[in-house]
Design a protein around this ligand. Sequence first.
Ligand code: SDX
Length: 380
Amino acid sequence: MPDASGIELKRGLSGVYLDRTESCFIDGEVGKLLYRGYNIHDLAEKSSFEEVVHLLLKETLPNSDELNTFDRELRHDRTIPAPVLEIISQVKDAHPMDVLRTAISALAAFDPDVRDNSIEATIRKGLRLTAKAPTIVAAHDRIRKGLEPVEPNPNLTHAGNFLYMLFGKEPTEEETKLMDVDFILHAEHGANASAFTARVVASTNSDLHSAVVAGVGALKGPAHGGAAEEVMTMSEEIGSPENADEYARNLLDNGGRVMGFGHRVYKAEDPRAGHLRDRSQKLGDAKGQPQWFEILSHLQEAMKPYQAKGIHVNVDFFAGSIYYLLDIPDDTFISIFALGRIPGWTLNVVEQYSRNMLIRPLMEYTGPMDLEYVPLSERG
Ligand code: SDX
């Protein structure tokens, strides 16, 4: 509603359309998500992260030859320069997202296209960052544990190689598939807070590395990317399935938020959540730890009354249990979200460049007007 001065605030830019896009369609009312016209359900179950990155940044699903060439380039770009590894060692005690943000910033100094903001160069830089970011996250975790970083393995897929570099042993087919599906589900999601942040940076004609560093910063907040870790913390506090209902009620009665629920756009279930639900249950059974899925299921049941208010599980609700069961450190859950989202941020930067206009909203001023300036010597 407009206020007395006729100004209508759009706080949080809720419901505001910034621009047009051809890359991501979201229908929040029915819980539908398309990447360049392809349904997330098909992409999650039938494609690979490499295919999805090609779709997002090269605009088409690749044929076999195109995929082989594309995949070879990604595999070739996984290594990070020694000085960047040294920087990671220098900041090894920082949070993994702070290390990722710092290392991506440092990578700019080694990128041959760093001064080229053309669409083609931006896509090349985005692909290099997509390929290198898993190496940063894995190397950091090894270094902070006093272990030697593991060199990327060119024989493994993007997802398989990440787990290989993290744990120093080849993952199973199931573990690789899990990670691959997770990367696909997190790859792109329209003008979410971190993608919007990247767009704002791109709108000033700044470069991709600056936009991705800003996106990492925005994603780090628990209201956006940090929920998966908080869901796991909540599950550990609940302890057993029969406590879930009381836990949720106490949390909500005290004005708290149940993490992994709710979404600014989805008022039906987030279509990505189901692809992780079944896998969370299967992995928990395989690892002899079914309790986490049971706790999450009871929590989802306890939150059913909130569905009437459009509050459903989102993509982060089951993700945390999967990362936990894969022995990924809690503070690294959010970094995995970032690894998946780098292609999405790159895509938003490219779209912003292609029909750019400086993003600069207004603020309604409600402070005092035209005060008299009193010299310091005369102030009481
Ligand atoms: C992601 O935007 C994207 O696309 C993001 C994302 C992506 O792929 O990039 O989809 C990924 O960020 C998923 C969201 C992860 N965050 C969480 O799970 C944190 C918990 N959820 C929230 O805090 C919240 O739902 C937000 C921040 C995600 C969205 O909040 P909004 O749109 O700003 O809505 P709001 O805070 O104004 O809440 C509206 C109502 C409120 O009740 P009333 O005051 O109207 O009575 O819904 C309630 C809120 O209290 N509500 C919740 C709730 N989330 C909203 N109540 C309990 N538990 C929750 N989780």
